[in-house]
Write a protein that binds this ligand. Structure first.
Ligand code: IPM
Ligand code: MG
Length: 354
């Protein structure tokens, strides 16, 4: 197994270092894993003047899986768009065809109190958000800032989804639902957007191939409300790129901290990029206080989805559970009376539990 490791910016290098410790522990147990590092985001810009340098692209394409930390930092905020760190992320997603983004929102019993919602609303919560990742208004052309005939300036973007893009992600959604509680809610804005009307039509058509899955549709504004009103009504949420971006951040808070949320971005052959859902958090970078668990749990997802090794995936997840049961907490999930530890100590604790 060859993993491309792209730590990126901000807290990226610190949290990835903890995940790498976990991988190293698995290696010393005999798992054949090779790792090679490269730059992405601001680190790519610093090293090569490009947030997605050619060497990084080559490595990512050759590897079986990619482990990514996070991109972005204040010092890059005023660069022209093509050089900005986020472009590195968007280009690696697009370039590798990683159209299926799995963002599970699970509430650990140990962290129920950390949620912003009442315990009875979130305890036992287990949602899988499937976000389409390589289409939508994120990549639609034309886009830009133009001057109208009237002389007024105007910003514009284009939202579109082609049938094949919707079909392939819908299939992934139904297949995930088949392995879970067989319920899928497709989220769109079909009461206003033509793109969404089409999305709904195609998802409904794909559903015919999965008669055991109960499919429902919901408008995105209602879904945003339902997620904080009664989140346990959801099993799999299937949605487009921009709605998924927003809803997955919202769902993360139900679990107590965005520092707990892993993700997998898969291509048609289950090759994947694995990254925490949170960003580079430059305000806390280098302080050894960031929560590395989302990144460590992303390695578990890598074992499950790309390397089809459920046993190792579960071993990592159990180790994370054990550290939480021991009362160990990084600041974002700590409560009075808990043993507050830093990034490195949390990584060490997970390795010990492994
Ligand atoms: C995410 C992030 C990215 C996105 C940004 C950093 C480009 O918010 O992974 O959710 O919008 O997809
Ligand atoms: Mg986001």
């Amino acid at each position: 197994m060859k993993i491309a490791v792209l730590p990126g910016d901000g807290i990226g290098p610190e949290i990835v270092a903890q995940a790498v410790k976990v991988i190293d522990a698995l290696r010393s147990d005999g798992l054949a894993i090779e790792m090679e590092y490269a730059h992405i985001g601001g680190a790519g810009y610093d090293a090569a003047g490009d947030p997605f340098p050619a060497v990084t692209e080559k490595l990512a394409k050759e590897a079986d899986a990619v482990l990514l930390g996070a991109v972005g930092g204040y010092q890059y905020d005023n660069l022209p768009r093509p050089q900005r760190p986020e472009q590195g992320l968007l280009r690696i997603r697009k370039g590798l065809g990683l159209f299926a983004n799995l963002r599970p929102a699970m509430v650990y019993p140990e962290l129920v109190y950390a949620s912003s919602l009442k315990p009875e609303l979130v305890s036992g919560l287990d949602i899988m958000i499937l976000r389409e990742l390589t289409g939508d208004i994120y990549f639609g052309q034309p886009r830009g800032i133009r001057t109208l005939d009237s002389g007024e300036r105007q910003g514009f973007d284009t939202m579109h989804y082609s049938e094949s893009e919707i079909r392939r992600v819908a299939h992934v959604g139904f297949q995930i639902a088949m392995k879970r509680n067989k319920k899928m809610c497709s989220v769109d804005k079909a009461n206003v957007l033509d793109t969404s009307m089409f999305w709904r039509e195609i998802v409904t058509d794909v559903a015919k191939e999965y008669p055991q899955v109960e499919l429902s549709h919901m408008y995105v504004d209602n879904a945003a409300m339902q997620l904080v009103r009664a989140p346990k009504q959801f099993d799999v949420i299937l949605t487009g790129n921009i709605f998924g971006d927003i809803l997955s951040d919202e769902a993360s808070m139900l679990t107590g901290s965005i520092g707990m949320l892993p993700s997998a971005s898969l291509d048609a052959n289950n090759k994947g990029l694995y990254e925490p859902c949170h960003g580079s958090a430059p305000d806390i970078a280098g302080k050894d206080i960031a929560n590395p668990l989302a990144t460590i749990l992303s390695v578990a997802m890598m074992m499950r989805y790309t390397f089809a090794n459920d046993e190792v995936a579960q071993r990592i997840e159990t180790a994370v559970r054990k550290t939480l049961q021991q009362g160990l907490r990084t600041g974002d999930i700590a409560e009075a009376g808990m043993h507050k530890i830093g990034t490195t100590a949390m990584g060490d604790a997970v390795v010990a539990a492994l």
